[in-house]
Design a protein around this ligand. Structure first.
Ligand code: DX5
Ligand code: ZN
Length: 214
């Protein structure tokens, strides 16, 4: 299982310490949530913080853009050190072009779906991305409750990927905990984002190790 702890739940007063903890852990990636206050009703952090995360992290950055018109910022995120760039289906008018530009910039493109967006809309784009990120909460905040219909979407996406003989990664984000993580894995997910479950636990490294073994 790929594990991508979300730094949105880190202690921003001790960001270096939390990055170092993740470096020492079995986490595969570091999930970085960027919010613009427009696409989602919240603002997280921008370039200076991501630069700092990159400086102190030894793992690939799995950057989740919850912003309108993400194509305007592709080169900025490449320069900041993003390895995977997730853009929302709902935020891209010319998704195919945006995906191509992300790949040309040297990053791995991923498309993200809000809970209301059907899997079937990926029919003609899934072959062009390295990963699909399924939101299991409405994006914007950590610590929300997992939306059960995500499991149904994961099954349908796994079927679509199989039918097309692809090896696209399926990642899930939001409300992942000791109950929902095994359910997500059972439904065909290969990568788990976890924020409050990891950082709110008594021993984050052990929680990451537990997720890793699912
Ligand atoms: C929510 C973000 C998530 C968030 C998940 O919009 O995309 O990555 O950090 O937080 P938890 O795991 O606490 O639901
Ligand atoms: Zn996220």
């Amino acid at each position: 299982m790929i594990v991508s702890p979300s730094l949105l739940s880190a202690d921003f007063g001790n960001l270096q310490r939390d990055c170092e903890m993740l470096n020492e852990s079995e986490a595969d990636w570091m999930h970085v949530d960027v919010m613009d206050g427009l696409f989602v009703p919240n603002i997280s952090f921008g370039a200076p913080v991501i630069k700092y995360i990159k400086k102190h992290s030894t793992k690939p950055l799995d950057v989740h853009l919850m912003i309108t018109d993400p194509q305007r910022y592709i080169s900025m995120f490449r320069d900041l050190g993003a390895d995977i760039l997730n853009v929302h289906y709902e935020a891209c008018t010319h998704l195919h072009r945006t995906i191509e530009q992300i790949r040309q910039a040297g990053m791995r493109p991923a498309v993200t779906l809000c809970p209301h967006t059907p899997i079937e809309l990926l029919e003609d784009i899934v072959a062009d991305v390295d990963m699909v990120l399924l939101m299991s909460v409405n994006p914007g905040f950590g610590g929300q409750k997992f939306i059960p219909n995500t499991l149904n979407k994961a099954h349908r996406l796994a079927d679509l990927i199989k039918r097309k003989q692809l090896n696209t990664i399926i990642e899930v984000d939001g409300g992942i905990d000791a109950t929902t993580a095994p359910q997500a894995v059972e439904a065909g997910i290969n990568a788990l984002v976890a924020g409050s479950f990891v950082f709110g636990s008594a021993d984050p490294k052990q929680t990451i190790a537990w997720l890793k073994r699912l």
